[in-house]
Design a protein around this ligand. Structure first.
Ligand code: DC
Length: 225
């Protein structure tokens, strides 16, 4: 059998569309590495919050980027996010981080640093990476691009239930406002806005279970063989 380079699979879509779960499960099925790029933007946001750096303080943002080291490590089957060697996997999921992360992700300097790191991580293939610009900017030559769509109401329900299960004190309305706000900023920012690549496969999972979504994507992957 001819050896081939393992694939790069790019999954993009809006907040809480189920990208991360899909990417994680697909990576497990393929024996590939799973990379959640949103976690990297969240880690930068957490650093800014902890250091009281505003997204408008250009010099401080620039300086901060020299002091930020982000590492994604797979520990016992789970992806953990490390910020300067501290496991921040839970902290980056807070509403405080969620409420500023889109503004942080709109800063070109931040994007440049993280995109460079993402390309290094994925350069040898064998990876499923999810985000907003993976198929358009990070890996425009990805072997397979999936653009995951899910209607807002369904995304709000999923995210709200997820946060409640974690014991977070939050209303459904707050979750909805946050998702709308992030959708708006993520898709209208100047640098690498969320958009479907021309050659991406659109998968609408509004009415699909996660198992059905995975089956749909596995069928697309089978088409690569
Ligand atoms: O996937 P998420 O909700 O954890 O992402 C957090 C934020 O990071 C989201 O508002 C958009 C931004 N993001 C981005 O701009 N580019 C990516 N590749 C991944 C996430």
């Amino acid at each position: 059998m001819k050896d081939r380079r393992p694939w790069v699979i790019a999954i993009d879509g809006s907040s809480s569309s189920g990208k991360s779960s899909l990417a994680r499960l697909l990576a497990a099925r393929l024996g590939y590495l799973y990379i959640d790029t949103g976690a990297m933007y969240r880690a930068v946001s957490l650093y800014f919050l902890e250091q009281s750096i505003s997204v408008h303080q250009d010099d401080m943002v620039q300086d901060a980027l020299f002091h930020i080291d982000i590492d994604l490590r797979h520990i016992e089957g789970q992806l953990h996010t490390f910020l300067n060697d501290r496991d921040v996997s839970d902290d980056i999921r807070s509403m405080e981080v969620s409420s500023i992360v889109s503004e942080v992700a709109a800063i070109s300097k931040v994007r440049r640093k993280l995109v460079e790191q993402q390309r290094l991580i994925g350069q040898d293939g064998g990876i499923v990476m999810d985000g907003r610009d993976i198929g358009t900017v990070v890996f425009p030559d990805a072997d397979l691009k999936i653009f995951l769509h899910c209607e807002l109401d369904q995304r709000v329900t999923r995210r709200y239930e997820e946060l409640l299960a974690k014991g977070r004190d939050i209303t459904r309305l707050e979750v909805e406002e946050n998702l709308k706000h992030r959708d708006h900023i993520d898709s209208t920012r100047l640098d690498s806005p969320l958009t479907q690549a021309d050659d991406a496969h659109l998968v609408d999972n509004t009415q699909l279970t996660m198992d059905q979504t995975i089956e749909t994507c596995l069928a697309l992957i089978a088409g690569l063989e």
